[in-house]
Design a protein around this ligand. Structure first.
Ligand code: BGC
Length: 765
């Protein structure tokens, strides 16, 4: 572990914890007799979340510092440049507002609070260097004081109470505690920042006289209010993702109150609840009639550089793709989460395991997921090789089935392999595999030791094909697909990928070991699950899809599985009968067995359940369930009814690689496969991707001038990149210059040539 990034600072905390957020303060003078300040930085972290300010102004665009890591072993340290904010010879005040955050607030649906500790603490140093070569450090110690702040209550799930009438309370001494240097880490994750502001598209009064605001987009962040009204007047803001019968549907939030309260000072106020966040499209404000002011939503999330785009002639499909982008943005507030709104917001491993390849086309996920994988490894090491359901893991010891201890579970625990593999494919950075290889092997060894006598993974609890639409709302694991079949196919995929990782790392003997283990698992699978006619036990689309893409059936076995998958998909009228495990792979499996038309029919279907039905009903993000909102307009009564879950959006990986036809031909796109599979169902499709070697883009158009549909493909790629051209691109392909390609794409889609997002500036306190 690293040396401490701090030189003299100790943790400080208030003597007793109060309901409100404490503010730690220290005045200091910048010496005026040492020449110019050559550098000034603030290095800090907190147990809780900290908002640092200098002379009353917040000093960083980063919010929710330090984000959520596996705090038992890894507490992220942040460095902020203060050079332009300090003056030689001047007196300044640094203040650190500390909220409960993930450390001390509520976590999970089981009512847990203060999972990591019951006290909020902060650790910070201001480091100054001067032209004369001298330096000075002001660290948190017993010279700091703590006061109350305007924040009377704060919780990530429940919301925040801010009283703008607040006047500084008496400054109290602090308690000083030594830091444990081994926990303090500098990570690769991008900061959590404010992104764009979104004005309401509509506002109206409800029958009770409160105001409702529709942001037009289900998003993650908070409302910013600029108001003027009577001193002491209360505004209460509630949030929800959907309206039912004209009222906020708050049931899906479960126990998360998602309610902010602002108490007016009597002057001009600006409120932003920066110690919480909400997932919402609609907000309801009571007390709004008596004030004058403006409302806008502030989108909050990790500053991930946007690198990939897609659009096509089918507006509903293009909107679906956009919904996936929004769900990814909403579920990357510091870590990859399942959902951003209810009493959960956890780093569910299965969701990112299936979604990582899609994410890696849309955004540069490298720094973000590498940091998360470091948490995964820390949790896994502490759990004896088992990869937990969630990372960070506040559910430690929690088992889905009573009386059992938690065990590895397929797809979820396979995140240890599938996520680093997706990063390696997208970025070609061998360090990712170096960092994760031990964890990949430990996961496999752990699971292999749990196989049954038949050599398949059938004894443990499995989430399986979670949320299969045929499962009853209150039992999401009751899928048609047999959990052992899903688990064994997923294991096979992990074995094959780990073998490839071993080869990439030059560990060829290991690679051989994992390959022969994969062969053994494949034989066991055939003996246990494949019938003589080639059908697979439980006969669900998900088992065929996963068996095909994992390579656990090959040759004649793959052909038979493919034929059965096609038959099932057609018999269902191209509606989806699969959940988290199967749905991401249906189109890919159909394509592999030559049924690309069926893949399109599935993708473009608007009958329920399908990817596009929610879009037709106004979805602006991906729903957790195919029918989170049911066709009759009612809420799905199941406990899991989020409107912002990216997992079922993982089909966009097929859209990128196959429909559009841009895929890595080798890790990191040194070789690029341009192999679009156009369909007469679309007039055109286009997209571009910033690869590590430069911009690659492609557009195909259907030509309607002959008896058979024919296509024109135009593309561009950097000169040094080796191209693997598929049939269409080879026969009718035309290579354009980067500029011509940019012009072509932006003529049809304004977002086509997106550049990485830049965080917006911080606000005044
Ligand atoms: C989460 C999922 C997660 C699942 C585990 C849910 O509550 O929201 O996305 O993967 O539990 O099966």
């Amino acid at each position: 572990m690293s040396d401490s990034p701090f030189t003299i600072a100790s943790f400080i905390r208030a003597e007793s914890e109060s309901e409100g957020a404490p503010r730690f303060v220290r005045r200091f003078r910048v010496p005026g007799d040492r020449g110019a300040l050559t550098s000034a930085t603030l290095v800090l972290t907190a147990e809780g979340i900290v908002e640092p300010a200098l002379d009353g102004r917040v000093v960083t665009p980063e919010v929710l510092i330090p984000g959520w890591t596996s705090y038992e072993w890894r507490l992220r340290v942040v460095t902020i440049d203060l050079r332009d904010r300090l003056r030689e010879g001047a007196e300044h005040e640094i203040s650190l507002l500390v909220g409960n955050g993930w450390f001390r607030g509520r976590l999970g649906w089981m009512g847990a609070r203060a999972v990591y500790g019951s006290r909020r603490r902060v650790l910070a140093e201001v480091r100054l260097t001067f032209a004369d070569g001298s330096s000075e450090v002001i660290g948190t110690d017993d010279s700091w004081r703590v006061t109350e702040s305007a924040v009377q209550a704060d919780d990530l799930y429940d919301g925040e109470v801010i009283d703008a009438r607040h006047r500084p309370s008496p400054a109290m001494p602090v308690i000083v505690e030594a830091p444990e240097p081994s926990r303090l880490v500098v990570t690769t994750t991008p900061p959590i920042v404010r992104h764009e502001a979104v004005p309401p598209v509509r506002s109206w009064r409800d029958p009770d006289g409160a105001w409702l605001f529709d942001l037009g987009q289900n998003l993650v962040g908070w409302l910013r209010l600029r108001v003027r009204g009577p001193e002491g007047h209360r505004l209460t803001v509630q949030h929800a993702e959907v309206l039912i019968d004209g009222a906020l549907a708050r049931e899906p939030l479960r126990s998360a109150r998602a309610e902010d309260v602002f108490i007016l000072s009597g002057g001009d106020d600006e409120f932003e609840p920066t110690l919480t966040f909400h997932g919402f499209r609609f907000a309801r404000i009571t007390g709004w009639d008596e004030v004058e002011g403006a409302v806008e939503a502030v989108v909050v999330g990790s500053a991930l550089p946007r690198i990939g785009t897609f659009a096509c002639s089918h507006p509903t499909l293009t909107r679906f793709h956009e919904n996936v982008v929004w769900s990814l943005r909403g579920n990357t507030v510091g870590l990859p989460t399942d959902c951003p709104q209810r009493d959960e917001r956890l780093g569910w491993t299965g969701d990112i395991a299936v979604f990582a390849p899609s994410a890696c086309y849309l955004f540069d996920m490298g720094g973000f997921l590498r940091a998360w994988l470091a948490d995964l490894r820390a949790e896994q090491a502490a759990a004896g090789g088992r990869v937990p359901y969630v990372v960070p893991d506040p559910l430690k010891g929690w088992a889905v089935r009573e009386g059992e201890s938690p065990e590895s579970t397929a797809i979820w625990s396979d995140a240890a392999v599938w996520v680093p593999w997706a990063l390696w494919e997208a970025g070609g950075d061998l360090e990712v595999l170096q960092e994760s290889y031990g964890s990949m092997c430990a996961h496999l060894d752990h699971v292999l030791a749990r196989l049954s006598d038949r050599g398949v993974w059938e004894g443990d609890f499995q989430f399986g094909d979670w949320l299969d639409p045929t499962a009853p709302p209150d039992d999401p694991t009751a899928a048609i697909a047999d959990p052992g079949v899903i688990a064994t196919a997923a294991l096979h995929r992990s074995l094959v990928l780990t073998a490839a990782a071993a080869d990439a790392l030059g560990r060829h003997a290991d690679a051989q070991h994992w390959r022969s283990t994969a062969d053994r698992v494949r034989e066991a699978f055939a003996a246990a699950y494949v019938r003589s006619d080639g059908t697979i036990h439980s006969d669900a689309p998900a088992v065929y899809a996963l068996a095909i893409v994992s390579g656990i059936v090959k040759g004649a076995g793959e052909a038979a599985a493919g034929a059965r998958l096609v038959a099932l998909v057609r018999a269902a009228g191209h509606r989806i009968i699969a959940g988290f495990a199967g749905a991401p792979y249906l189109c890919e499996a159909l394509t592999r067995v030559g049924a690309v038309d069926d893949a399109y029919a599935l993708l473009l279907n608007t009958a329920e359940p399908s990817w596009l039905a929610p879009v037709q009903r106004g979805a602006t993000t991906v729903w957790e369930r195919w029918d989170s909102l049911r066709a009759d307009g009612s809420l799905n009564p199941g406990e899991m009814t989020s409107f912002n879950h990216y997992a079922l959006g993982a089909v966009v990986d097929w859209i990128h690689r196959t429909l559009l036809g841009i895929a890595p031909g080798s890790p990191g796109y040194a070789r690029v496969r341009l192999d679009p599979r156009p369909s007469a169902a679309l007039a055109w499709a286009q997209g571009g991707l910033q690869t590590p070697h430069g911009w690659v883009a492609l557009r195909w158009d259907r030509l309607d001038d002959g008896p058979e549909p024919a296509y024109r493909v135009r593309y561009c790629a950097p000169a040094e990149v080796e191209l693997e051209l598929g049939d269409v691109a080879r026969v009718r392909g035309e290579r354009l210059s980067e500029q011509d390609m940019r012009d072509l794409l932006s003529a049809h889609d304004q977002t086509a040539t997106l550049s990485p997002e830049v965080p917006t500036a911080g606000r005044g306190a």
